[in-house]
Design a protein around this ligand. Structure first.
Ligand code: G1P
Length: 282
């Protein structure tokens, strides 16, 4: 399976950190977010991952390269795990030439993925799922006939509607919505439902024609949500709920929360962090 990871967003909400550093390299507990995302792709069976980068994103490529200056540390578990990961998946990089939106970034993958369906995982969202989320999405894709794009969705609180693509349509089987309406980052009154796109997709190559036909939308950018709306006119598109947890690290609070939630589960610092948090509460 090929997986595309768009990682070209500017990270405005993390300035000044992201002035010279990719937001995808922000650490969550012990490793950068992008490493979690590549791990999720590998866990779902991806053997080929294309990361769409852009200006100020070179650290992502360096992260997955072998590092001669650290060769004396070969065998250190943290580095060994990363080496093993980079050995399991073939990583490719392509640069988005200008920040023209998520759909534009995905369009850069067209030649690379060819005529097969492919996975998309956003470079700033961690999904911890069992089975791995893309495996769940691909299973749904097969179950629904093997010709329709599938998006991961979850219910979002009212105050977060404006942060996500929101979908709506009839529930055609438990946990599966046939998507008929999509709105990118609606106000609560514009929102067709409370079902938000979490940032994981299993798409047919039909998405590329749909992206080409999609004019710039919100923020003057070509939105993947709008392209999916267009795709839904010619092919079925399904939103599916999944087993597992999504950690959006798109803003400072969510990033801090992901560190706490994943931190308390960490084998090295989890116990101390839990004790610290309990003491703070009293
Ligand atoms: C993007 C998508 C949005 C989706 C979200 C998930 O927005 O445009 O539809 O719900 O990711 O995190 P962004 O977070 O890049 O603003």
């Amino acid at each position: 399976m090929k997986v595309v990871i768009p990682a070209a967003g500017q990270g405005v909400r993390f300035l000044p950190v992201t002035k010279s550093m990719p937001k995808e390299m922000l650490p969550v507990v012990d490793r950068p977010v992008i490493q979690y995302v590549v791990e999720e792709a590998a866990a779902a069976g991806a053997d080929d991952v294309l990361i769409v980068t852009g200006r100020t994103k070179r650290a992502i490529e360096d992260h997955f390269d072998t590092s001669p200056e650290l060769s004396h540390l070969a065998g250190v578990p943290a580095l060994e795990a990363l080496e093993a990961l980079a050995g399991r998946v073939r990583l490719h990089y392509i640069r988005q030439r200008a920040p023209l939106g998520l759909a534009d970034a995905v369009a850069y993958a067209e030649r690379h993925v060819g005529p097969e369906p492919f996975g998309v995982l956003l470079g700033d969202t961690i999904h911890r799922c069992e089975p791995p989320l893309l495996e769940q999405l691909r299973a749904r894709f097969e179950e629904l006939g093997g010709r329709s794009s599938v998006l991961a969705i979850e219910t979002v609180p009212d105050e977060k509607l404006g942060d996500y693509g929101i979908v709506d349509g009839p529930e055609v089987r438990p946990g599966v919505v046939e998507v008929q309406r999509l709105v990118e980052k609606p106000t609560p009154s514009e929102a067709p439902s409370r079902l938000g796109i979490t940032g994981a997709y299993y798409l047919t190559p039909g998405i590329f024609d749909a992206i080409r036909a999609t004019p710039p939308g919100r923020d003057g950018q070509v939105q993947l949500t709008d392209a999916l709306g267009r795709l839904a006119r010619t092919e079925k598109v399904y939103g599916v709920t999944f087993r597992g947890t999504r950690y959006d690290i798109g803003d400072r609070f969510l990033w801090l929360r992901a560190n706490v939630e994943l931190g308390v589960r960490d084998s090295e610092v989890g116990d101390r962090l839990r004790v610290y948090l309990e003491r703070r509460e009293t």
